[in-house]
Write a protein that binds this ligand. Sequence first.
Ligand SMILES: [Zn+2]
Ligand SMILES: [Zn+2]
Length: 896
Amino acid sequence: MDKAEILAKFSAEPDKYYKVKLFEEQGYQRKSCSVCGRFFWTIDENRSSCPEDSEDTYSFIDNPPTLKRFDYSQAWNEVESFFTKNGHTSVNRYPVVCRWRDDLYFTIASVVDFQRIMGSKVVFEFPANPILVPQPCLRFKDLENVGVTGRHFSSFCMIGQLSIPNEKGYWKDECIDLDYRLLTNQFGINKKEIVFVEDVWEGGGSFGSSLEYYVKGLELGNAVFTEFQGELGNHTELDQKVIDMGAGLERFAWITMGTPTAYDCCFGPITQKLIDKVGIDIEQNLLTQYFVEVAKNQEKYPNILEVKNHAIANVGLDQQKVLHGINPLEGIYLIADHLRTLIFAISDGALPSNVGGGYNLRIVLRRIIGTMQRLGLKLDLNEMIDWHIDYLKATYPELEEKRADVKTIVGVESKRYEESKIRMEKIANNLKSKKHVPNVDELITMYESDGITPDYLKELEVIPEIPPTFYSKLSDLHQTVDTKQTAKLPLEGTAETELLFYGDDPHDFEAKVLAVFDKFVVLDKTSFYARGGGQEPDYGTIAGFEVVDVNKHGNVIVHELKGGVPKEGETVHCIVDSARREGITKHHTSTHILNSSARNILGSWVWQNSAFKEVDHARLDITHHSALTDEQVKQIEEFANKIVQKDMQVSIENYDRGTAEQKYGFRIYQGGVVPVKSVRIVAIEDFDIEACGGTHVKKTKEIDLIKITRTKRIQDGVVRLEFVAGPAAQEYLKTHEADVEKQAAEAAAKAERDKLRDQKKAEAREKIPVILEQVTQATSDTTIEDISVTVADSGMFCSSSSEHYDEYFHINFGEKLIKKDPKASYCGIFEAGSTLRAIVYSGESSKNKNAGAIAKAVSEILGGSGGGNNRFAQGGGKDKSKKDEAIKKAKQMVLE
Ligand SMILES: [Zn+2]
Ligand SMILES: [Zn+2]
């Protein structure tokens, strides 16, 4: 569906789609823009062009059209008090991590709060009507604009004014009337300044007309009247029409303050504190001129760099003002913005990583650190986090309790960045020496495989500028979550299965066969639990045939049988394997217990990433920034077993989805999104509350014991806990104890052997003079204390590869030997860890005086390299089977 076509159609019938009561009452006129042709509504007779093409664009900077000044927090108070006075329920913000939609990582608009996906359709669920919400939204598409344009943020507060037109809610006329009165009465803006522009909005299969409202060229909000679905021309009216007015809180603050940028009035005292710390050398009037230029001309040039360059030229800023004024200021704005985004995201449980939405968080933190380093700013991230939360908690009090967690994660991630810098530096220098300037795709690959941000490459002057498309391309790659497809069976017309396992759960029951295809059987009702939510299916028999798999296809349960199938229409006897079910059930409840235990021990960022529950083992993948230490594993296990021992009640109740979300919060979605209106809430008292379709024990003591058998960091930001519960845990304990004993015995034996060898080595050192005496007196071939001695006319060759001799022995022995007998040569080989090392000495008068050549030849045989001078040389290799061959070679070289 083409947006321009819809707009043309709607604008052709303005009375039907755009004309609201207010326009008539106030004498608004509809005009077509003299520049771009768009239609807009105004009461200013002299206005001939739309807000974006008018002379007054951004003229509020330094000259705000309101009498009162409101910063971010105060602006929200004004908005909230106006709408609550006018019958709206103000609800708390929803998480910025969009737990209730599996097609989005982050909440990108206020209306998303109330959208739920049912099949392929978007439905609205409102906790009240009409409603108001201050929703922080995260968007990473135009990061290169943040801090630069004066109005782009990576997170911003979208004021959501939403209404369903029924006996409680309202439609177009009242919506626009409210927005108009908000601007005029509450904010004191002259009505002549308010312009409404005709537009449309479409998405999620539905669409409608919309009116954007502008003041002095700044778009403050957009009221969307969603009322149609389907293709344009062939569309139908929605059963559930929705008013979706979204407005930028930051812009409301900005228009009343008239500061050069929105950043100057939306981070509370933070921007000024940073400016004071850093010291900015530029006059206020130049700043105002510069940012007005940037704001006005943003659409005129292909990218932000050109916009900047033109603004610098037009205002006449010299290099000095750019270097010590504009650049550090942009850095300060960027840091304040990005840090605020991280605070919201981490508070809501997201972790920076190299996968999914975590990508964007990692990138914003690296941009903060990179900017600080590039500009030489010495700033304390923890202190800045405190400033932000101190300021934001007036509007978002829930941030307070996450203060420490935010600092922990930012700390861990900053440290990781510093550690990876050495490698990044190497790659960057390599590019620099090759004089290769990577293109956007290469930059994306470098970021994905090595975590190298373009900001960093810019800092090292590998690239002159960050390509303007980098962040949008990267963001496209990581914006949406993959959604799984289920296999199709011809089940149309098959009645949905009655689920006995949610009721009395009989393990021995009669059922009617509704359909059979191949080895698959559908019954009218079943107690066989179908694979789902990480829980493995039940086994047993149907009409005597073995059940080997059970899957859910929509609302129909399909049993896979082995050895035969019953006939359609038959009534069959079904038996569920109770022992198997019990094992799986214990593991399932244990998963919930471990998940909350891990969160208690590690931190609020722990969420279930995925889980798997079998009869005799299970695994739980949780979100966590680092691998677990043994101590942490022990603490989690102890915590979990305390919950088991407390014998807590596990209760299961069905709730309307909206009610469950309001009552328990979004923590309930540990197992992912629930695609039905009624959610099954499994509560282990108030310790762990989750939406879950699985089977559970009635009291935690039934589990008896939970043992974590292994943990592993399986990907960036995700740690796997493998565990066993119930009888499987007792079994594990038994075999594990035997293993532990065996391992301890082996370790003791090895320690004893090591001790003996060290003793021998020490003894050998002391025996050097004695051995030396005996060796030099030998008159024929012999072996003395593991040293083989060959006596020839030209001189003597001694060698040893005994495990009792170490480096110290060989060097001292060889050295002393050739001193005492200048005609002698020596070759000693010993093990050092996983490799062999060789020491070679040749006396002054020996036949082959070149120790270096010998060491080289010996090392080659050992599969390594070596060398030295005539007298002393060393080398080695990895091939332990070639010890004798190597010594033989040395002997040959000396004696032949
Ligand atoms: Zn225009
Ligand atoms: Zn569960």
